[in-house]
Design a protein around this ligand. Sequence first.
Ligand SMILES: Cc1cc2nc3c(=O)[nH]c(=O)nc-3n(C[C@H](O)[C@H](O)[C@H](O)COP(=O)(O)OP(=O)(O)OC[C@H]3O[C@@H](n4cnc5c(N)ncnc54)[C@H](O)[C@@H]3O)c2cc1C
Length: 426
Amino acid sequence: MTFDYGKKIEVRYDVDVCVIGGGPAGVAVGFTAASQGARVLMIDSNGFFGGVATAALVPAFMRFANGDVFLSGGIGREIYDACEIEKYGTGIRVEKLKRIYDNMVIESGCDFLFHTNLIDVVVENGFVKYAIVSAKSGIYAIKAKVFVDATGDGDLCAMAGNPYEMGDEDGKCMPATLCSIWVDIDWDNVQKPDSRELARAFADGVFTQEDYHLSGMWRTGEHLGGGNIGHCYNVVATDERSLTQAMVTGRKILPEFEKYYREYLGGGYANTSVAISGSYLGVRESRRIVGEYVLNEEDYVKRASFDDEIGRYYYPIDIHPDPSKDSYDKFLQEFHGLRYQPGESYGIPYRSLVPVKLANVLVGGRCISTDKKMQSSIRVMPGCYITGQACGMASVLAANKDGETRNVNIRELQDKLRSIGGYLPK
Ligand SMILES: Cc1cc2nc3c(=O)[nH]c(=O)nc-3n(C[C@H](O)[C@H](O)[C@H](O)COP(=O)(O)OP(=O)(O)OC[C@H]3O[C@@H](n4cnc5c(N)ncnc54)[C@H](O)[C@@H]3O)c2cc1C
């Protein structure tokens, strides 16, 4: 059954740039655009910035540098320094990261609203005119010259009718993980796990599902650990029924891992327990918005360069496999076999941030225009800072003219990105 639901709503904001989503990509967009003097409004469904790192408790940053060059320069460098990664390592101190993002966004002059959801868009001739949002105060519209989709799932672009791809040829995405915070770890006595302990736990029937790919635990405090532990398979991240089921599964399997860490790994983990799991599911993969260029595996393999590149990155192709041993062995082969040597990188073209059907929209973060393999590389947080920063700068250049993201002068964009620390070799 359907029915027409029409209602007059207020246009409450009219800004240069509206950013939907305040994860690593969105924060980079909002911070960069506002620092350039644009009037920016960023919204997020959560009560804090950080996306899956803070809501889903993803415990660590992947690397910002490729062993030679700091690729995630600009906002990535600021976050790297603010998190004191040189001192503490890449494990994420969640509460600290939330404050770092709050301060950065506030200082940039970017306006923002939490607990605010994008629910629809109004599109005219390829231009998104309004974002329709729902919040505690009701439903209202945000008008902007340029919109940036940093939702991770490409919600805005999909609502606006831009084509997208999702998963493999059967639509199947990588597993998701309900990450968690673990307490009472004696890090001095933690040994690197070896596959025999996992085999023993399998033989003893500890796990409901035998999964050979156990991402593991990162140090996130004196006695704290962040667990990227417990894959949930066959999740459709754009379907709340599927997300609901996965949250329940994620919570259900955590005690199995608790037993495994305490009794099978023991040592520094002998007294550990799960303190809390994420309030949102850790989704690795959902929509990939089709843009003017689809960055792909071949580009990764050939370390591609592009005239319109907005940055370079390097992280390996990292497709989390099915639970079986065969799939895990294939994963290891691909992950290590295709891995770059120190100093190598691939370019990210501006065109992969420009949705193919939309005039005044850019997309940043894990849902930019790539194939499945490339998505598994660029999706990590330092990569999201690079694409988010570029969207932020480009959105200002577009908003200063007619809002058309295809009219951005690429040389000017590249020079401006360099001037704030972006890595763009000449
Ligand atoms: C289990 C797991 C482990 C990972 N491990 C690592 C790792 O070790 N290191 C690393 O660097 N990366 C890791 N990643 C990848 C990385 O964390 C994500 O890909 C990255 O956070 C994506 O950033 P994003 O800004 O594109 O999206 P997200 O982080 O997903 O942020 C999107 C934001 O948009 C908001 N939003 C979404 N839809 C709407 C809407 N309709 N209205 C309003 N707001 C909306 C959300 O609330 C969220 O805050 C991991 C990811 C997962 C899931």
